[in-house]
Ligand binder design. Structure first.
Ligand code: CDP
Length: 787
């Protein structure tokens, strides 16, 4: 975007306004679910399975019930009486709330204890006696598809294998032909392991039911309060919970990253328990429960192939994937997209043809497949294509930057129709990569690498030129459980010119209270300091689908701009009345209408707001407010080019990221400081799985790293220094020209790091390494001959 249109005091688009929410956060005045205390509140804790697959022979609750302070023990049998022992997932699969017959993964909820305090609830959990009979366990998704594999979901009618879905996109025959005709083909198996969002705040709920009024109020850690309210009404309507009497409130949330979209059994058990006991019930997961039982991300086994001409012109892409969803498909993708938006896998390149197919599989692991800071499987897609481009460059003995520049979709080709059917809105891939190369000093690094190799030192340079697809989404293609993925904004200008605006999304730390206020400031010229933003309360905010997949700016942000424009249309009529001229004689600049040619004859937006309640034209309705439900015409396609430089210690296998340059393009920027913060956080969340994080299981389904002793989240010590820059290619269809940005860096970073590490080792014959690139894995790759 050019220079900001508004002054810093107004604080519209392009100003680094300080975050309005921070004064309460930095003073410890945030209001998270666990901060809320209700009169007479009791506490819930959960009994969890030590087995990954086992029959439940009996559950004895007597000792637990005898413990002082314990008020109730809830089992699957209790819930079955109300037909609440099963629930739908957001992917129209089913999932146990509490088991009646068997458990299907380690740490699964088996029973819940309600007590007067958290400690008694935990002591009660120890006293619940469960007798299990172990069943054969399937952990490997390939083995899960074998004929004699035990059927995990034998509760589902007609489910005679562990296969969940088959999904494909693109031109199968055309791609096969292109592979036959190609000069060069490259094939590689790539695995993106299970990881976990590990938000600072774990999940929780306080459920309060008033048996006299039938009102249910849930304060809960959800990224999508409206959709969750509808699901609660659908699941529990038959026991009298009706949608108009359900209020879901998401107070402050300490990080969501997709992990707070699913409906977890704990929420439903707490709701059922509050209805049955009539007591307000608080349930807050502990750190281990969060890591061991909540939805995971990735777990994609991809077989990737790329076909090209000898000169490096990329012709075709083919990817076959096995998606391990654990015990249930609880991925939270839009309904028509069981593999999310994985078909963005042709990335930034002008492929003529492509084909991808994905099969979902059940295994004895916790359910999920969520979009961890990623617009539904885009990280998986970007990792596949960006690793493959590097492998092709290696095979052709071409520089990876040169190969990318040769194959990028040219700026002149936008809007660009991809072979998978996407219409990319805008892009300038060459601009972003060239800026990154200049900033990092690419040519000098190549020279340095050559010299180091001659001295036996290991240095690598890795590029990732990713394309994202965010802003779900146009209602013709995108829904969750049938709910179209529009979003909303309701803006009220009070008589004194101050504003209350409510949105259908819910910030989990992204700074919506600031950036949404900036959108209103941009459109109406009202200072950010005069605007209050509210989200997350279904009783007050307009219906929306929530915040995940970087959809807030593309969808709800656009709704905010459109609502402002409706307000401006009415304001113009009032200004014409006040200035006693025709509407056609008025011109607008942010904050005021003036008479054309007589700039002094003007009405400010504040004058108009007062008049809307005190002196509006006869026949016009009083007030100045509007609501918009925005259905975007297309997705937005942010992009970027990242370059990473690593040095590797050949004695220990330790990888040091010496430099990392990130050039991002998210179109017009609302708040540059917030965007930079999003990119820094996103890069760190891309660094984490590239170098450290992985959830794995042994043959019996025991999680091998169930605490932060083994699941290594990065601290400030490990995190590299990020160098950021940007280009700006506005979205042509978004009312503000903005694209989403929250996830770009998480999506783009892992491939840049992996490419750098493989590049450092390529002259030793290393072609590919799966992340995380732990010192042990890297050391083994260097010393594969025992040398
Ligand atoms: O949906 P979510 O808020 O996670 O993602 P987003 O829409 O990409 O926005 C993340 C944060 O960056 C929000 O505070 C946005 O308003 C801000 N942003 C911005 O200032 N300019 C953009 N072009 C995109 C996002």
């Amino acid at each position: 975007m050019a220079e900001p249109r508004t002054s810093f005091e107004i604080g519209g688009m392009g100003h680094s306004v300080k975050r309005k929410e921070d004064p309460r956060f930095i003073r410890g005045q945030g209001n998270y679910v666990d901060d809320i205390v209700r009169p007479g509140m009791v506490f819930m804790d959960i009994v969890r399975s030590p087995y990954a697959h086992a029959k439940i022979k009996s559950i004895n609750t007597e000792k637990a019930l005898a413990l002082p302070g314990v008020a109730a023990v809830i089992t699957g049998e209790t819930l079955k009486e109300y037909n609440l022992h099963m629930m739908p997932t957001l992917m129209s699969d089913t999932q146990m709330v509490l088991p009646v017959e068997k458990v299907c993964y380690q740490s699964q909820e088996v029973a819940a204890v309600v007590a007067t305090d958290r400690y008694s609830a935990a002591d009660g959990v120890e006293l619940v006696e469960v007798e299990y009979e172990p069943l054969p366990v399937v952990i490997d998704p390939f083995k899960a598809l074998e004929k004699d594999a035990p059927i995990i979901r034998d509760d589902k009618e007609g489910q005679d294998s562990n296969h969940i879905f088959h999904w494909e996109s693109g031109d199968k025959e055309g791609t096969a032909q292109a592979f036959k005709d190609a000069d060069v083909t490259v094939k590689q198996d790539i695995y993106l392991p299970r990881i976990h969002v590990a938000s600072i705040e774990t999940c929780g709920i306080i459920s309060e039911f008033n048996s006299v009024t039938g009102q249910l109020t849930c304060w809960m850690t959800t990224q999508a309060p409206h959709a969750i309210r509808t699901v609660i009404a659908l699941v529990a309507g038959h026991v009298g919970l009706q949608e108009d009497k359900i209020r879901v409130i998401s107070p402050d949330i300490g990080g969501g990253f997709g992990g707070k979209v699913p409906i977890y059994p704990g929420y439903i058990i707490a709701i059922a328990a509050s209805v049955v006991t009539g007591l307000p019930i608080k349930w807050i997961e502990d750190r281990r429960e969060n890591l061991q039982a909540d939805s995971f991300a990735r777990d994609y086994h991809m077989t990737c192939e790329i076909a090209a001409d000898k000169d490096g012109t990329m012709k075709a892409l083919r990817i076959k994937t096995l998606a391990d969803h654990g015990y249930a498909d609880a991925a939270c993708n839009p309904s028509k997209w069981p593999a999310g938006l994985f078909s963005i896998c042709t990335g930034s390149y002008d492929f003529k043809t492509a084909f991808t197919e994905v099969d979902g599989v059940y295994t004895n692991k916790p359910p999920g497949g969520i979009a961890y800071r990623c617009s539904f499987r885009v990280t998986e897609a970007v990792h596949a294509i960006e690793r493959m481009v590097d492998m092709l460059a290696d095979d052709l003995d071409m520089d990876p930057a040169e190969l990318r520049l040769k194959n990028f979709i040219p700026s002149s080709a936008f809007p660009y129709k991809s072979p998978m059917g996407w219409e990319y809105d805008s892009g300038n891939y060459e601009g972003a990569l060239k800026l990154a190369m200049k900033k990092i000093g690419y040519d000098a690094l190549l020279k340095e690498q050559q010299e180091k190799r001659e001295r036996g030192e290991l240095m690598g340079i890795g590029i990732s030129s990713f394309t994202e697809v965010v802003g779900a989404g146009p209602s013709k293609d995108f829904d969750i459980l049938g709910l179209k993925m529009f979003d909303s904004s309701e803006i009220r200008i009070h008589p004194t010119g101050k504003v209350t605006a409510r949105f259908g999304t819910k910030s989990q730390g992204q700074g919506h209270e600031t950036t949404y206020a900036q959108i209103i400031a941009e459109e109406l010229g009202i200072p950010v300091s005069d605007i209050s933003i509210e989200e997350g309360d279904t009783d007050t905010a307009p219906y929306g689908l929530g915040t995940y997949a970087s959809r807030s700016t593309p969808v709800a942000g656009a709704a905010g701009a459109m609502a402002c424009r409706k307000i401006r249309d009415k304001a113009k009529k009032i200004a014409a009345h006040l200035l006693e001229v025709s509407e056609d004689d008025l011109e607008w600049e942010p904050g005021k209408f003036s008479v054309k040619g007589i700039p002094k004859k003007a009405s400010t937006i504040q004058d108009v707001a007062f008049a809307a309640y005190t002196n509006h034209p006869q026949g016009m309705e009083a007030g100045l407010e509007a609501v918009s439900y925005y259905d975007p015409p297309n997705m937005t396609f942010p992009f970027g080019s990242y370059i990473c430089v690593v040095d590797i210690d050949s004695g220990t296998g330790e990888v040091k990221i010496r430099r990392f340059v990130a050039v991002d393009d998210c179109g017009n920027i609302i708040n540059p400081m917030i965007v930079e913060g999003q990119i820094h956080g996103g890069l760190t969340m891309g660094f984490a799985p590239a170098m450290l994080e992985e959830i794995s299981y042994d043959e019996e389904g025991n999680m091998t790293g169930g605490s932060f002793m083994d699941y290594l989240v990065p601290t400030a010590v490990e995190t590299p220094k990020w160098e950021t820059d940007k280009t700006c290619t506005p979205s042509p269809h978004h009312p503000l020209g903005a694209k989403g940005v929250g996830e770009s860096a998480t999506v783009g970073a892992p491939a840049a790091i992996a490419n750098a590490v493989v590049d450092a080792l390529s002259h030793l014959g290393v072609r590919h390494l799966d992340i995380p690139l732990t010192p042990e894995k890297v050391w083994r790759a260097i010393h594969k001959n025992g040398s």
